[in-house]
Design a protein around this ligand. Structure first.
Ligand code: C2E
Ligand code: CA
Ligand code: CA
Ligand code: CA
Length: 279
């Protein structure tokens, strides 16, 4: 029983206080993270399984806090969203990613790469100035719009279908690619997917890790649906050869996961691009 009279609350209070305290501490540290240069980016290869080539890269933010050590984005991104820090953090990620991608391109290293994908948070999708900022960044860095891909989760997309349709149309008009992240965990309908200007679906890791068992039917269904809508499909979180084979045979276009490569610091990704390694 949750509530045992007035004493019941006292059992729960210390734990709740601890959690609230930890969160405040995280938030205070996060506010300083940008100025202190504690944030950096990792880049994870996306492999076209038929050619064995790296055709994409996903940008993932990392934080090594002076006080707290390494904190996972799964933990600090939600705090950044609730505290508003995400506005400057998201801007920094986009700016750093575009500059890095432009440097790779100028060095002739992106000829097999179709997209460099950046995750957008819920707050960023609601920011009316976002696309002007992105346009200014592309202009500043000289990065062609078609090389940039934005990832929006299915959950965020479906939260406000009407407002997001407008954003998606702006993204498309700018020539930027759009990928729906964590697909299969939200509640989109075929009719919305048809109406939205989307390029790609990313099968959520929870289904990929269930392949070839529980996740197989869902992964296969997502691939079939995506192809019937003329969308390409990426599987995220591919960890084993068995998963890779199953998804490849099911027609999945692109894969990403520890089986191929972990998210890597920029210099290690530069080395992979230079090597033109085949998987
Ligand atoms: P996500 O966008 O779904 O990113 C995929 C996550 O799976 C990443 O976790 C990645 O490191 C991890 N991953 C990749 N391959 C494998 C694998 O084979 N096995 C397993 N177990 N994991 C794999 P990460 O980097 O910890 O990021 C977690 C989440 O934080 C991301 O999930 C994304 O929602 C968010 N995030 C990360 N960077 C950013 C960012 O720059 N902006 C925003 N708004 N969100 C971000
Ligand atoms: Ca993502
Ligand atoms: Ca995911
Ligand atoms: Ca694409």
């Amino acid at each position: 029983a949750k509530n045992k009279g007035k004493n019941g609350y006292e059992i729960f209070r210390p734990e709740m206080e601890q959690r609230a305290h930890k969160r405040l501490k995280l938030e205070a540290n996060l506010r300083r993270a940008l100025q202190n240069d504690e944030l950096y980016l990792h880049y994870q290869p996306q492999i076209d399984v038929r050619s064995g080539r790296m055709t994409g890269v996903e940008v993932l933010v990392r934080w090594t806090c002076e006080e707290l050590g390494t904190v996972s984005p799964a933990e600090f991104i939600p705090v950044a969203e609730e505290s508003g820090v995400i506005v400057s953090l998201g801007r920094w990620v986009l700016q750093t990613a575009c500059r890095q991608a432009a440097a790779w391109r100028d060095a002739g290293l992106l000829d097999t790469i179709e997209h460099v994908a950046v995750n957008l948070s819920a707050c960023q999708t609601r920011d009316a100035g976002l696309m002007d900022e992105v346009a200014a960044l592309l202009e500043e860095t000289g990065l062609p719009a078609r090389l940039l891909e934005l990832e929006i989760t299915e959950g965020v997309l479906m939260e406000n279908v009407h407002a997001n349709l407008e954003l998606l149309q702006k993204i498309q008009a700018a020539g930027i690619h759009l990928s729906i992240d964590d697909f299969g965990t939200g509640y989109s309908s075929m009719s919305y997917l048809k109406r939205f200007p989307i390029d790609q679906l990313k099968i959520d890791r929870s289904f990929v890790s269930g392949v070839p068992g529980d996740g197989a039917a869902i992964a296969t269904a997502i691939i079939a649906m995506a192809h019937s809508l003329n969308l390409s499909v990426v599987a995220e979180g591919v960890e084993t050869e068995e998963q890779m084979r199953f998804l490849r045979d099911a027609g999945c276009d692109v894969m990403q996961g520890y089986y191929f490569a972990r998210p890597l610091p920029a210099d290690q990704l530069t080395a992979l691009l230079t090597e033109r390694r085949l998987w």
